[in-house]
Ligand binder design. Structure first.
Ligand SMILES: [Zn+2]
Length: 257
């Protein structure tokens, strides 16, 4: 596609991607999905997101120096989420705005996100929330939250606490990782597992109540830990993980109408 006007004045450059279509049923976006690029360089990632044969894209790319590039207009449906689910909805591309954050990722040398890059992500999220009307705090999410079995990004080094301090996203201080208490793990079965699955699903995760701590449950707990209890990411629902989940459910803002 040809150049377009950026949606926000904090965008440095527009690099149009042909990889997008229309939001289904004209769905207005009310979810922000954060990714890491997972490639050796930001330029390589940008090239891929704009290559006609890649079938992937994102509305924005945020570089490590804080530069923000827009590739797809916000009112179009960019292709960044893939097979995913949140709060019962599965066409996440239709309801979300995608932000790719440059970082090599777990496969190529996962590293801390520079502060100036995080500041740019915060400014961008604030700009989106301000311009597009209310976006619920529990709908500013990691790719791993909506696709826990497939995705790890932006990963446990992503500083959700800093976003929360700036009013972006829902976050509580996690319970200490080593507190004593009941633990659920792979292979466990029964009502406590069902209740855990119900709590995760109640927060928004796409998980079924099977009563069995299966591979899907382990994946969702791992995703939960990456976002909300990053001190230990091991897929085990220890007491700290469950207390943190309970605190999130108790402090969850009322749904926006
Ligand atoms: Zn991603």
């Amino acid at each position: 596609m040809s150049a377009f006007r950026p949606d926000s004045f904090i965008v440095s450059d527009v690099v149009p991607s042909p990889n997008y279509d229309e939001r289904k049923q004209g769905r207005a976006p009310d979810l922000i999905l954060l990714h890491y690029t997972g490639m050796a360089s930001g330029e390589a990632a940008l090239a891929r997101l704009c290559a006609p044969d890649s079938d992937v894209s994102s509305h924005y790319v945020v570089f490590e120096d804080g530069r923000i590039v827009q590739c797809v207009p916000e009112d179009k449906r960019a292709w960044h989420a893939g097979v995913s689910s949140w709060a019962g909805e599965t066409d996440i591309n239709s309801c979300s705005i995608g932000i790719e954050i440059v970082n090599p990722g777990h496969e190529l040398g996962y590293r801390d996100f520079p502060l100036r890059q995080i500041a740019a992500v915060i400014s961008l999220c604030k700009s989106i929330v301000t311009r597009r009307g209310p976006i619920g705090a529990t709908r500013i999410l990691a790719h791993s939250d909506v696709a826990p079995a497939r995705k790890q990004d932006p990963g446990e080094k992503f500083p959700w606490e800093l976003l929360s301090e700036s009013g972006i996203g829902h976050w509580v201080r996690p319970a200490a990782p080593n507190i004593d208490g009941p633990t659920l793990k792979s292979g466990d079965r029964g009502d406590p597992v069902t209740r855990l699955q119900r709590a995760l699903s109640g927060y928004g995760y796409g998980i079924e109540e099977t009563g069995s701590y299966d591979e899907a449950t382990r994946a969702v707990i791992t995703a939960f830990q990456r976002h909300f209890r990053p001190a230990r990411v091991d897929g085990v629902a220890d007491a700290s993980t469950m207390l943190t989940l309970r605190a999130l459910l108790e402090t969850r803002p009322a749904p926006l109408v």
